[in-house]
Design a protein around this ligand. Structure first.
Ligand code: CIZ
Length: 306
C-alpha cells in the first residue's frame, strides 16, 4: 500500500515535469485508473487529451486507443506503458482484408467500430462507437449496402436495433466478451434476484437478449448512476466494476463472470507507467497519410452525431 502510494507520488511529479496527461480506460487495473487524470471510454479519453494543453499523453489502454489519441492529437507525443497491449478484436480485420471485402458489395458504406486499427479506419467512410452504432447505422444511406466491421456481435445487434437490412458484417469478436455466456447471466440472476443485468453490445446476442439494459461503458455509468435499482450484474470486462463502484458507493455490482478479464488491458501497471514517462518510451505514431483519412472517418461520425 505504502509502495503503491510512493509510486503514485513519483508518477505525479514526473507527469508535471513532462507536462503529461494520464488517461486510463474503464477496463484498466483499479490502481491505474486511480492514478489517471481521466478515466473513460476510448473516444471520450482521446477528446479529453485533445482539449488539454499537455505535451505528452500517457494512454493506459490497448493499441487502437493510443492510435485514436494520436489521430486526434497530432501535436502531442502519445505513449503507452506497455506498447505490446493489443486488441484481439481490432486485429481480426486488417486493411488488406477490408480492401478485398469491399468490392464484393455494390458500392457499400464502410462503417467501422472504433475498436479497429488506424489503417482500417482510414479505409472507412465512417466510424462508430458502442454507444452510437445503432444511430450511425440508422443515419447511413438507405440506398446503399453497408459493410460493418470488425465486431460481429455489435454489428448484428446494431443492425437489428436500427431495423437495417443489407448489412454485411465481418466475423470478428472480442474474446473477453465472448467468454460471457447466457448461462452466466442465468446463474447470476439466480444468485442475485432483483439485480438488474446490464451488458455490453460486444456480447453475443443470446447474452444481450437476457439483459435488462445494453450499453457502452460510458452508457453503463450513466444508466447505473441514474437507476433507482441498488444491485447490478455487469456483463463486460471486469475492470468496469471499479469505476461503477467508485461512482456509486451505495450500490452493489457483480461481474456476470470473473472470466471476462482481458489480459492486454491489464498490461499497464504503475511501474510501467513510470518507466514510460521516465524514458519517454512506448510511443505510438500514426503516419500522417493514414492519420488524416482516419480522422475523416471519426469526424464524419461526430458530424452526424455530435
Ligand atoms: O471504445 C471503448 O472505449 C470501448 C472499448 C468500449 C466502450 O463501450 O466504451
Amino acid at each position: 500500500m505504502e509502495h503503491k502510494q510512493a509510486l503514485m507520488d513519483q508518477l505525479r511529479r514526473l507527469k508535471d515535469q513532462r507536462r503529461a496527461v494520464i488517461l486510463a480506460h474503464n477496463y484498466q487495473r483499479p490502481e491505474v485508473q486511480d492514478a489517471a487524470d481521466f478515466v473513460g471510454d476510448s473516444l471520450g479519453l482521446s477528446r479529453q487529451a485533445a482539449a488539454s494543453d499537455a505535451r505528452v499523453v500517457l494512454f493506459c489502454g490497448v493499441h487502437f486507443m493510443a492510435e485514436t489519441a494520436s489521430i486526434l492529437c497530432p501535436d502531442k507525443t502519445v505513449l503507452m506503458p506497455a506498447a505490446s497491449a493489443g486488441c484481439p478484436l481490432a486485429n481480426t480485420l486488417d486493411a488488406r482484408e477490408l480492401a478485398e471485402e469491399v468490392p464484393k458489395l455494390d458500392d457499400p458504406t464502410v462503417i467501422t467500430y472504433v475498436n479497429s486499427t488506424a489503417e482500417v479506419k482510414a479505409a472507412s467512410h465512417m466510424c462508430c462507437t458502442s454507444a452510437n452504432a445503432v444511430q450511425v447505422l440508422r443515419a447511413a444511406d438507405p440506398d446503399r449496402p453497408v459493410f460493418f466491421g470488425p465486431d460481429r456481435n455489435l454489428g448484428t445487434y446494431a443492425a437489428r436495433e436500427a431495423g437495417r437490412r443489407g448489412v454485411s458484417i465481418w466475423q470478428g469478436s472480442c474474446p473477453t466478451h465472448d467468454r460471457i455466456r447466457a448461462s452466466d447471466i442465468e446463474e447470476a440472476r439466480r444468485d442475485h434476484p432483483g439485480a438488474l443485468v446490464v451488458v455490453h453490445p460486444e456480447c453475443t446476442l443470446d447474452v444481450i437478449d437476457r439483459a435488462d439494459h445494453v450499453a457502452s461503458t460510458s452508457g453503463m455509468l450513466a444508466f447505473c448512476g441514474a437507476s433507482d435499482a441498488k444491485e447490478f450484474i455487469i456483463g463486460t470486462e471486469v475492470g468496469m466494476l471499479h469505476p461503477l463502484r467508485k461512482a456509486n458507493p451505495d450500490k452493489t455490482f457483480h461481474a456476470a463472470t470473473p472470466m471476462a478479464d482481458c489480459p492486454d488491458m491489464k498490461l499497464a501497471t504503475l511501474p510501467r507507467m513510470l518507466r514510460a514517462l521516465e524514458e519517454m518510451s512506448g510511443e505510438i505514431q500514426v503516419p500522417e497519410a493514414i492519420r488524416t483519412r482516419a480522422l475523416g472517418a471519426i469526424t464524419k461520425m461526430v458530424e452526424i452525431l455530435p
